[in-house]
Design a protein around this ligand. Structure first.
Ligand code: PEP
Ligand code: MG
Length: 888
């Protein structure tokens, strides 16, 4: 294998082998752009080193060959005493891992060459400062010396001289500092700082290889789901200097605004500085536009290059550049990160410029970005007082009174207050408080902290790890930069930016939601640019997608919104949701009825209510399919709480006035009490043991449909049986249902064309899908329960208990309740779909678990050949977009 590539030998499509940085340096070189010459050591070499503990045998000779070529091109040798070639040695993996791996600059400087550099540059101070930087960087990253020691020595030197900033140290001071740094290296490592340039280079390369496996790099990869075996490439690049005086400098630039997508001049420039100075924020940068005044020739050249890059990459690029004594050099470029809004706008702008087609435009945006654009946001025009900033852990704009414990959060929210739960960090005990709060704010923890994970799971706004905030839960207050927030003071948190404000910041609805709601028209002249872009992209997606998108909706209001958002029917109406609130007791009466008369009474009470619900639903989805699922309550949700009831009865008994009804109820609740309600008397099981229940529901559906038909409507009801594990269950229910439907059809003189299908949400159902299809007109995969039962994860508990640990350990990068587990649960889905269709080729297939609105899962369902996904109304645009992206 070839382990070393000259910049002239690579190209941008070789990121696997050359890393992102190297591949793009090669691409720019071949475009004829001014890139300092250099070469790339491949990720393959790194992999060999990581696997075997030593560099591949051929590497040394290959590096020598490329180094010689480089020296020839530059007309000087690495570390040559009178005119040293200096190089940078930089990491660069396939995926960007900012700041995670090592870089060493100024390789080639030594006691022998420092004066040569001084003479060539005509700048004594510059040479000693470069040498000082080399020993510091090399000592720390290559030799593992504690960086603090160098910092302290630098601080001492400044104090001794009575100055505050580095630039006030002169050549003599820096020369002294170099001696001091060399002492530190010798003392700490037991060896002298290596004077031999090639040895410096080889050690630096090895250090970059090693930095692939530091703890922080490993953690970062797990969190970002970057495979651990890719390895990093190493870029060896001849040094150019931005710190050689006022005609030198360094900067960053974007080919268009990464926040809005607008074309223009965006970036920052710092005169007489090196890249690290910009990052370190030592001096203030000036806007890139000012470069035109400072160095017009370089500015014009840079503008030209940016246009070349954008046309070539057909996308927004970001750039790092250096100007050395009036000569412009490109140090890096890549397709740049951008905000969600800019992604949509740029994609349509590039279509208009003819740079990309519609299919490509769909790949330039994603559902997560669209979801982000749908959250309400703070009115940026309003006055606001920012008091801190943390990690944007879960998007949204939340306003409420500060509370510092979950108990208060629950208590206050019950009395109608909006609260923000503020904690140092959260733990499973905070769950109730998190549910009660508008938003969650913590001063510790990162993107996978408990607060972040749980908040994202609940779709709740969260800012975590806002370290400036001092949270004192005992005193019920937090302080930050002098501002004190007491319990009850209003705070506002922005989960999309991580910003924290004192007081109430006004919230404005998202223009994108206004558009989906039909309150804003993309065609209007004054329509928001973002709305226009979203409108166009959605049209592309709808044109190409194969998957249909339905909604999970239980009432006419949700159904109507879903329809406005583009739903093509209802994929799941959970009828148990129609029995919450006041109607709960009716279900309780039904469950507890022990005589036929009681039961019939309970059922006939429910029938007209159900029917009225369905009529509304069919009306709002007229002409589109509506899948009504028969009752599937975990029983305990419909019965009084066993503990509360026991206490009540015990107290009554103590007072000797226990009432007959409560005693009966307690007895029944005891009898029906389950330790595992999720695996208990639910779904079809309930329908089979409570005579008349499913028949009542089917009758309500059929009569509602008949009435709609007679009113010239177009109802398209589908009856769905939950939690089926075997075809026998389905056969019994089907027989009974068909009888009821026939009766209703006869009575109303209509042909209802009702279909009857089942959920596939238990492993056994998936495994016997071929048999089940004999009795089902359609399948709808219930991936919530399927995930629960395939993994053996209690869906109500695990996300708040051990998932944080699992995410931190990288066992999975995202909860399998959020994104479908393709290998496990997904394989059951694929096989069941195939087996079902083998039995019944026209079997309709859908999914109605939460995964139906998850971007990555939608791609999976597209590939698995399902006919539709069903998700909550707000996720519908996301599902439409991702279905389009999957098909494009
Ligand atoms: C499922 O299990 O995926 C499903 C949609 O049903 P529920 O969430 O109501 O159990
Ligand atoms: Mg289910």
């Amino acid at each position: 294998a070839k382990f070393v590539y000259d910049f002239t030998e690579g190209n941008k499509d070789l990121k696997d082998l050359l890393g992102g940085k190297g591949a793009n340096l090669a691409e720019m070189t071949n475009l004829g752009l001014p890139v300092p010459p250099g070469f790339i050591i491949t990720t393959e070499a790194c992999k060999v080193y990581l696997d075997s503990g030593s560099e591949p045998a051929a590497l040394r000779a290959e590096v020598s060959e490329h180094l010689e070529a480089l020296e020839q091109k530059m007309g000087k040798k690495l570390g040559q005493a009178d005119d040293p070639l200096l190089v940078s040695v930089r990491s660069g993996a396939k995926f960007s891992m900012p700041g995670m791996m090592d870089t060493v600059l100024n390789i080639g400087l030594s006691d022998a060459s420092v004066s040569g550099l001084a003479a060539q540059a005509g700048d004594e101070r510059f040479a000693w400062d470069s040498y000082r930087r080399l020993i510091q960087m090399f000592g720390k990253t290559v030799l593992g010396v504690d960086g603090e020691l160098f910092e302290e020595a630098l601080e001492e030197a400044k104090q001794a001289k009575g100055v505050r900033v580095d630039i006030d140290l002169d050549a003599k001071d820096l020369q002294g500092l170099v001696a001091h740094f060399k002492d530190i290296v010798a003392k700490q490592t037991g060896r002298d700082f290596p004077q031999e340039p090639r040895e410096q280079m080889d050690l630096a390369v090895r250090a970059v290889f090693d930095s692939w496996n530091t703890d922080r790099a490993k953690l970062y990869r797990r969190q970002e789901r970057i495979p651990g075996d890719l390895g990093t490439a190493v870029n060896v690049c001849s040094m150019v200097f931005g710190n050689l005086g006022p005609d030198s400098g360094t900067g960053v630039a974007f080919t268009r605004d990464p926040a809005s997508g607008q074309q223009g001049v965006y970036g920052d420039y710092l005169q007489n500085a090196q890249g690290e100075d910009v990052v370190a924020g030592i001096r203030n940068t000036v806007p890139l536009a000012d470069l035109e005044q400072i160095d017009k020739a370089s500015y014009d050249e840079l503008m030209q290059i940016m246009e070349t890059l954008e046309t070539h990459y057909r996308d927004l690029c970001d750039i790092e550049f250096t100007i050395e004594r009036g000569k412009l050099w490109m140090l890096q470029t890549r397709v740049g990160k951008r905000t969600a809004g800019a992604a949509f706008r740029i994609a349509t702008q590039l279509v208009d410029q003819g740079l990309i087609d519609e299919a490509e435009a769909l790949q330039r945006v994603n559902g997560a970005q669209l979801a982000q654009l749908m959250f309400p946001r703070f009115d940026l025009g309003a006055k606001s007082e920012m008091i801190g900033r943390g990690i944007a852990a879960s998007p949204g704009a939340a306003v409420g009174k500060a509370v510092f414990d979950s108990y208060t959060a629950v208590k206050w929210s019950r009395s109608g207050e909006k609260v923000i739960l503020i904690r140092r960090e959260t733990n499973p005990d905070d769950l109730n408080g998190m549910i009660a709060a508008e938003g969650i704010l913590t001063s510790r923890g990162g993107k996978t902290s408990h607060a972040a994970v749980v908040a994202r799971g609940m779709g709740k706004t969260c800012v975590c790890g806002a370290e400036e905030l001092e949270v004192d839960t005992k005193a019920r207050r937090m302080t930050t930069n002098g501002t004190v927030i007491e319990e009850g003071d209003v705070v506002s948190i922005d989960g999309s930016t991580g910003k924290v404000y004192a007081g109430e910041v006004p919230v404005v609805p998202s223009p994108v939601v206004e558009y989906f709601e039909g309150r804003m028209h993309a065609g209007a002249d004054d329509a928001d640019e973002l709305v226009k872009a979203v409108h166009r992209i959605m049209a592309y997606a709808d044109r190409v997608r194969r998957l249909r998108v339905r909604a999970n909706a239980d009432n006419a209001e949700d159904a109507a919104r879903a329809r406005r958002f583009g739903a093509q029917g209802i994929g799941l109406c959970r009828t148990e949701h129609m029995f919450l609130g006041e109607r709960r007791e009716m279900v309780e009466r039904l469950i507890l009825a022990d005589t036929e008369t009681d039961r019939d009474a309970a059922l006939s009470e429910l029938l007209p209510l159900q029917k009225a619900d369905f009529i509304e639903l069919f009306e709002s989805m007229d002409g589109l399919p509506v899948t009504v699922r028969l009752l599937d309550p975990p029983l305990h949700e419909f019965l009084p709480d066993i503990t509360e009831l026991s206490v009540r009865v015990a107290l009554a008994e103590a007072r000797k006035d226990a009432n007959e009804n409560d005693l009966r109820l307690l007895q029944a609740v005891h009898k029906l009490h389950e330790s595992n309600p999720m695996l208990g008397l639910r779904g079809v099981r309930l329908g089979l043991v409570i005579p008349g229940l499913f028949a009542m529901q089917v009758r309500a559906i059929a009569e509602a449909a008949a009435e709609r038909k007679n009113a010239k409507g177009d109802p398209r009801a589908e009856v769905m049986i939950p939690l089926v594990g075997t075809v026998q269950e389905l056969e019994i229910v089907r027989e009974e249902a068909e009888q009821v439907i026939a009766e209703v059809e006869k009575a109303h003189g209509v042909d209802l064309k009702l279909t009857l299908g089942t959920m596939i949400e238990l492993p056994r159902a998936a495994l016997t899908a071929g048999q089940i299809a004999e009795s089902a007109d359609f399948f709808s995969f219930g991936t919530n329960d399927l995930t629960q039962t395939v993994w053996g994860f209690s869906r109500d508990d695990v996300e708040a208990s051990f998932f944080t640990a699992y995410l931190e350990k990288g066992i999975f990068g995202v909860s399998p309740f959020e994104t479908i587990d393709k290998d496990g649960v997904g394989s059951l889905v694929r096989n069941a779909a195939a087996a079902g269709r083998a039995t019944r080729p026209d079997l309709k297939l859908g999914v109605c678990g939460e995964h139906g609105g998850d971007p990555e899962s939608v791609h999976f369902f597209h590939e698995a050949g399902l006919d539709y996904v069903s998700c909550s109304p707000f996720r519908i645009p996301v599902a439409r977009l991702e279905a389009g992206r999957a098909a494009a």
